[in-house]
Design a protein around this ligand. Structure first.
Ligand code: 5GP
Length: 263
C-alpha cells in the first residue's frame, strides 16, 4: 500500500492518504510531548514499540468483538487503518486515582476506585483538553446521546478486557485515554462507531503489579528515565517485540540485545 499525501500531523503520529479514500496509513513517530507540548523530546524506538503494542491490543480487542479502525500493520512504524470521522472527545477511564484526578479533586494517589470512572475531555490543545460533562457534548453536538451510550458501553468492555490482559502479565491498568470515530461500513451501508487512534504506553498508565514501577509515559512526564525500557518491558511481557530494529533492551541497568520475533 503506497503512502499518499500527508493528511494530518499530530504530536506522536502522522496520517497519510492512500489510493483508497476509505483507508489511511497511520505512522508512529518517536516524538514525545507532555503538558500540552511544553515538554518535547524524541525517544528513539518509541514509535516502533507503540505501533506493535497498539496492533497487539487492538487485534485482541477486535477478537473480543470490539469494532476498531485497525486493519493491519504494514511495517515497523506504520499501520493501515479505516478512515474515521473522529469525535472531538478524549474518553478517559480510571481504575486507580492518579494524575489529573488526584490534582483536581485531592483524591489520595493510588486510591483503588470502587468502579471504573469515565471522564470526557474536549480535544482542543489550545485549551489543554478541558474536562467536560455529557451535557457539554450534547449541547455542542460533539456526539449524540445514542453515540455516547454506545461508546460508554464499549469503553467499559474495553476496560474489562484490558484489565484482564494486563493482569495476566503482572501489570495494573491504572487509567487510559481512548478515542472513537465513525466509519462507513460497506456491508451494512451504515456508519458505525469504531475505536480509533492507539492504545499504548503513551496513552495508558501501566504499573508493575508487585513493585508499582511505572512502565508508561509517566517515565517521560516525570523525568524518571528509562522510558524506552518501560515500553519494551510492556512489549516483552505481551510476548511481542518488533522485527529488526537497533533498539537494545536495557533491563533496568543491564543492556541485552533484543531477540526479535518475526510476524
Ligand atoms: P490524566 O488526566 O491523569 O493526565 O490522564 C489520564 C490518562 O489518560 C493517562 O493514562 C494519560 O496517559 C491519558 N491521557 C490523557 N490525555 C492524554 C493526551 O492528550 N495524550 C495521551 N497520549 N494520553 C492522554
Amino acid at each position: 500500500m503506497n503512502k499518499g499525501k500527508k493528511l494530518y500531523e499530530g504530536k506522536a503520529k502522522i496520517l497519510y492518504g492512500t489510493k483508497d479514500k476509505d483507508l489511511i496509513i497511520q505512522h508512529f513517530k518517536d516524538d514525545a510531548t507532555a503538558f500540552n507540548n511544553l515538554k518535547k523530546s524524541s525517544v528513539e524506538g518509541k514509535g516502533v514499540l507503540n505501533n506493535r503494542i497498539s496492533e497487539h491490543i487492538l487485534s485482541n480487542l477486535s477478537q473480543c468483538g470490539i469494532k476498531t479502525h485497525f486493519i493491519k500493520r504494514l511495517n515497523m512504524r506504520e499501520q493501515l487503518i479505516k478512515k474515521a470521522e473522529i469525535f472531538p472527545i478524549e474518553f478517559i477511564v480510571r481504575n486507580i486515582a492518579t494524575g489529573s484526578l488526584t490534582k483536581r479533586l485531592g483524591i489520595p494517589e493510588g486510591t483503588v476506585l470502587n468502579k471504573p470512572l469515565l471522564e470526557y475531555c474536549f480535544k482542543k490543545d489550545d485549551l489543554n483538553d478541558p474536562l467536560i460533562s455529557k451535557e457539554h457534548i450534547f449541547s455542542f453536538e460533539w456526539a449524540t446521546e445514542e453515540d455516547i451510550k454506545e461508546i460508554d458501553k464499549m469503553t467499559l468492555r474495553i476496560n474489562d478486557i484490558l484489565i484482564g490482559l494486563f493482569r495476566g502479565i503482572g501489570i495494573k491498568l491504572v487509567d487510559f485515554k481512548i478515542e472513537y470515530g465513525k466509519t462507513w461500513n460497506k456491508d451494512t451501508e451504515k456508519k458505525e462507531i469504531v475505536l480509533a487512534d492507539e492504545i499504548s504506553p503513551d496513552t495508558c498508565r501501566l504499573w508493575d503489579s508487585k513493585t508499582e514501577k511505572k512502565l508508561d509515559k509517566d517515565r517521560f512526564r516525570k523525568d524518571l528515565g528509562n522510558i524506552i525500557q518501560g515500553y519494551q518491558e510492556v512489549a516483552r511481557r505481551l510476548g511481542i517485540m518488533p522485527e529488526e530494529t537497533n533498539i537494545s533492551e536495557v533491563n533496568f541497568g543491564k543492556t541485552i540485545p533484543i531477540k526479535f520475533k518475526k510476524k
